[in-house]
Design a protein around this ligand. Structure first.
Ligand code: HEC
Ligand code: HEC
Length: 298
């Protein structure tokens, strides 16, 4: 701000404050200050008149307090033109400074938990560490996996013992740090619509459900053995190295109705678990992984 505008802002701000103060004091009728009277100011609006009473005392002092607060604030913080304020406060990099402060405060706490294995963190005496993991889960993961990790269609449930990629501590940390990309190819072109329906029916029988009417399960099985076993295994039990789900346990990432299964096979699926390595430090991921581990290892 140029010197002119700085002076402009300063003069107007102070003039308004002192002007209000003058008005307040000038209109305060000291001789009547303590009593209320029956006198009116003399005008009447539709028969409504106004008493000529002073401001209540508490109200007057509240105005005075406001003026003192305002002047004090303008002394301490920037606001009056180019004046920086006596405290030297600035909004520049405030977030960075607060984060850095928090890092310093919490670093020893995180370091303490980083030295413990994920299994050790399950012990009751380290409950506080798991609670920290839970809070970070709520902030970073719950949007997709649900507030209790229960998942939703397309977002895996983290509380059961059914894993796309594996639920041991090392795999969990790898999944969270590096992210994952599910790769279920689309089969509409290869199988045709009838073929898709046949295979969907066969997949349903794998977890004990009735096949859909009007489909050929024998053909479905034949196609499954030809096209699907490379990833889902000959018995459809899945393969964690590829993130291919077990199709025999009646737990469904994308829904277990005929319509949903047929859609998965027809159009493919590509669930994305975003990598957290650039968002969260290793120590934080460690505690979040410990919390996720606790969900299915009570
Ligand atoms: C934008 C949504 C999203 C966010 C945010 C997210 N995830 Fe995921 N996560 C997914 C999806 C989708 C998958 C499944 C990927 C797939 O289909 O291959 C997944 C998979 C996983 C898996 C593998 C589950 C299994 O069965 O092997 C774990 C563990 C996991 N997420 C933990 C986390 C944690 C912990 C966080 C927070 C740090 C998190 N996720 C944040 C969407 C998300
Ligand atoms: C290249 C490996 C691969 C092949 C081949 C493959 N799949 Fe998949 N399939 C996957 C992966 C990976 C997923 C998980 C996708 C995700 O996480 O987004 C999946 C998911 C599924 C699902 C969803 C399961 C659920 O829980 O909702 C079904 C059903 C399925 N596949 C059936 C089939 C059938 C039937 C075939 C053969 C026609 C087949 N897949 C071939 C890798 C494969």
């Amino acid at each position: 701000m140029s010197a002119f505008w700085s002076a402009w802002v300063t003069v107007i701000t102070l003039a308004v404050i002192f002007g209000c103060t003058w008005l307040l004091l000038a209109t305060r009728k000291s001789e009547k200050f303590k009593e209320t009277t029956e006198e009116t100011v003399g005008h009447s609006f539709d028969g409504i008149e106004e008493y000529d009473n002073p401001l209540p005392q508490w109200w007057f002092y509240m105005f005075v307090a406001t003026v003192i607060f305002g002047l004090g604030y303008l002394m301490l913080y920037p606001g009056l033109g180019n004046f920086k304020g006596l405290l030297g406060w600035t909004s520049h990099n405030q977030w960075e400074r607060e984060m850095q402060h928090a890092e310093e405060v919490y670093r020893p706490v995180f370091a303490k938990y980083a030295a413990l294995s994920i299994e050790e963190l399950q012990m009751p005496e380290h409950e506080e560490g798991l609670k920290m993991g839970q809070r970070m889960f709520a902030n970073n993961c719950a949007v997709c996996h649900g507030s209790a990790g229960q998942g939703a269609i397309g977002f895996p449930n983290l509380t059961d013992d059914d894993w796309l990629y594996g639920g041991d501590p090392a795999t969990l940390k790898h999944t969270i740090t590096q992210g994952r990309n599910g790769g279920m190819p689309a089969w509409a072109d290869v199988l045709g619509e009838d073929g898709v329906r046949d295979v969907a029916s066969y997949v349903m029988t794998l977890s004990g459900m009735e096949p859909a009417t009007g489909t050929d399960v024998t053909n479905g099985e034949k196609q499954f053995q030809a096209l699907c076993t490379a990833c889902h295994g000959p018995e459809g039990k899945g393969m964690q190295a590829l993130g291919a789900p077990n199709l025999t346990d009646d737990i469904w990432l994308y829904g277990g109705e005929f319509k949903q299964i047929a859609h998965t096979i027809r159009a493919g699926r590509a669930g994305v678990m975003p990598a957290q390595k650039d968002l969260l430090s290793e120590d934080k991921i460690h505690l979040i992984a410990a919390y996720v581990y606790s969900l299915s290892n009570k």
